[in-house]
Ligand binder design. Structure first.
Ligand code: ATP
Ligand code: MG
Length: 594
């Protein structure tokens, strides 16, 4: 599908919205994970063939520590770290921290955790490749002085509005600043005074002297330094001038000897600027060729979520969700708490491939990857989420006996789990129907069903309250029908329902999560994404679980049979008292009225 890029050229905030003609989101997994080939790998293969970099592959993931990472960043992480890993190279984790007002150490820590959790690290040959753009402030400053001396940059004393007004448009060239031809000496003096804190914010900026008539607006004398009397979380109050992204980024790449600087498509129009700075600094003797190559790929756009930090912040601040790690959030911390695994996220990222054209990935793909990852791994347990009492009238009052079930149905070696059967059981309300429609095989008066891993029972009647609500169901059991015992399969029944013993069940809170938005493109075409919030994205129930479920530790995962994959919540669980989050249902039932 097409994204309108005019916005980008004008430097406006990019909203990743589908156009009216957008094609349907991609909802099939394209290629097996072990046979990845894409245009970036082709470039690297060519570089290796020509020995451009001496077979070296060095990438970087450059987050700004101004928020928590989201699923879109996971894509970038998988691309950058994945490529470095596959080529025996290294990916740097670099904090692009040049906006002091919005950045903080809590975000640095969260990002470090997220990258590690996703399964990547930045160590090679006992060397840590963890970097901060703020560590380059001295060099960036020195290089800026060098560029001043070489007549490549100048101090502009126009204010922000004047600079904006003279930038021109896509169809009209910009107008040169009246300060454009200041002498190097004057520029140097002013720039040093800017650094020394002699001016107020906005009084002057440092600009590259490129081409005010360039068809690419990014090349019309972009600003490279501005005055900000702001405290930086790492450099404190040492600086009152801060470098801009376009200048900082390419210089950081070159300082770190990055070979391939992979970024998202919105930076395509910034590439000439990236190359301009590096080329000028090479001419000045700072860097040597070959220089890092910027290569753009399409960002990950995912249906039913938003991947803009600003909008995610709005959800948090407006209390539409319970924080950044709310299991409904597409943040890494949220996905993790929801029970998404690093494997499932990496699988989705690998399978959705790399392209040069923006497209939409169906959220169902991530869910499918999770199911695929979890199905083989997770132990099974029983949970009754919407309880209705079933009384086995012919079972002795004070008696109980153990039933057993496999921990995993396909892996007998993983052993069995045991849980008691007794006279009073919880079953799902939906597994009983007093007036069953045709084809209903579960419990109804007169019908036989198997209580999974237990006995066959015959439904004998119901108890109702004064308002005719069913409060209990009665049945009789067949003592010789116990699953796994000889002769039990003489009983032929169509229905098989799950249950837990009332006296033994572990009663706890279970959160049933669903998609945060009820529409696939919640922020499409500038619309108010808050209107698209799914009011049923979080349902909290009191559930009755198989007794063993009580021993799950935070972040341990389980399949509750018939209900889906769940995880013991890492925030609200206390030892011996886990609460559970549903990560995903067993199959894709989105949109179906289940
Ligand atoms: P936001 O717009 O939400 O603030 P950002 O791109 O400004 O995100 P950064 O911290 O600058 O956030 O991003 C770090 C890296 O992650 C960048 O290289 C960026 O291109 C990449 N990235 C961000 N969002 C996506 C996405 N949806 N798909 C792929 N890569 C992404
Ligand atoms: Mg950014």
């Amino acid at each position: 599908m097409n994204i309108e890029f005019n916005d980008v050229k004008l430097g406006a905030n990019l909203d990743h919205k589908p156009t009216a003609s957008s094609s349907a989101p991609i909802n099939t997994l394209v290629r097996p994970a072990d046979k990845i080939s894409n245009f970036i790998r082709n470039i690297i293969d060519n570089d290796n063939r020509s020995d451009k970099w001496g077979q070296r592959v060095e990438t970087r993931f450059p987050p700004e520590p101004n928020g928590h990472l989201h699923i879109g960043h996971a894509k970038s992480i998988c691309v950058n770290f994945g490529i470095a890993r596959d080529y025996g190279g290294i990916c740097h984790l670099r904090f692009d921290d040049t906006n002091p007002e919005k950045e903080g150490i809590e975000y640095v820590n969260s990002i470090i955790d997220a990258v590690r959790w996703l399964g990547f690290d930045w160590q090679k040959d006992n060397r840590e490749h963890l970097y901060f753009a703020s560590d380059y402030y001295d060099q960036l400053y020195a290089f800026a002085e060098l560029l001043i001396q070489r007549g490549k940059v100048y101090v502009d004393s126009q204010n922000a509005e004047q600079i904006h007004a003279t930038r021109g448009t896509l169809t009209m060239p910009g107008m040169p600043s009246p300060y454009r031809n200041r002498t190097s000496d004057e520029n140097l003096r002013l720039f040093r005074q800017m650094k020394a804190g002699k001016f107020t914010e906005g009084a002057h900026v440092l600009r590259a002297k490129i081409d005010m008539a360039s068809p690419n607006i990014n090349m019309r004398d972009p600003i490279i330094y501005r005055i900000r009397f702001a405290h930086h979380y790492r450099t404190g109050d040492v600086w009152c001038i801060y470098p801009m992204y376009d200048y900082t980024h390419c210089v950081s790449d070159a300082l770190e000897n990055i070979t391939h600087s992979l970024c998202t498509l919105e930076f395509e129009d910034h590439r000439p600027l990236y190359n301009w700075f590096l080329s000028e600094l090479t001419d000045a003797g700072v860097f040597t060729r070959p220089l890092p190559q910027q290569i753009e790929f399409a960002r990950l756009n995912m249906t039913y979520v938003i991947t803009s930090k600003r909008k995610l912040l709005q959800l948090v601040e407006g209390k539409y969700v319970d924080g950044w790690d709310d299991p409904r959030m597409p943040t890494i911390v949220g996905l993790r708490r929801r029970g998404f695994t690093p494997e499932s996220i990496r699988l989705m990222c690998e399978r959705t491939g790399l392209t040069k054209a923006n497209s939409w990935i169906d959220f169902g793909l991530l869910e499918a990857a999770l199911r695929e990852d979890l199905d083989e791994k997770l132990p099974r347990a029983i949970a009754v989420l919407d309880p209705l009492k079933l009384i086995v009238d012919n079972y002795p009052l004070d008696s109980e006996e153990m039933c057993s079930a496999p921990v995993h149905p396909h892996h007998v070696v993983r052993g069995t789990r045991v849980f008691p059967f007794s006279r009073e059981l919880w079953i799902e309300r939906a597994d009983f129907n007093e007036n069953p429609p045709k084809g209903y095989f579960r419990l109804f008066p007169g019908n036989h069903v198997r209580l999974r891993y237990g006995f066959v029972v015959e439904c004998t009647g119901v108890d109702k309250d004064n308002n005719s609500n069913i409060i209990a169901v009665h049945c009789n059991y067949f003592a010789d029908s116990k699953s796994g015992t000889q002769g039990s399969n003489h009983y032929k029944v169509k229905g098989n329902i799950h249950w837990v013993s009332v006296a033994h069940a572990y009663c706890t809170e279970v959160r049933l999560y669903d998609r945060l938005f009820k529409e696939p493109y919640p922020d499409a075409n500038g619309r108010d994404f808050l209107q698209a919030l799914n009011p049923n994205a979080k349902r909290v129930v009191t559930a009755y679980l198989e007794p063993g479920a009580q021993h799950f530790l935070p972040e341990e995962q389980v399949q509750f049979e018939r209900h889906g994959y769940f995880v013991a919540d890492c925030v609200n669980s206390v030892p011996g008292k886990p609460v559970f989050n549903r990560s995903v249902s067993l199959r894709d039932s989105w949109g179906a009225s289940t």
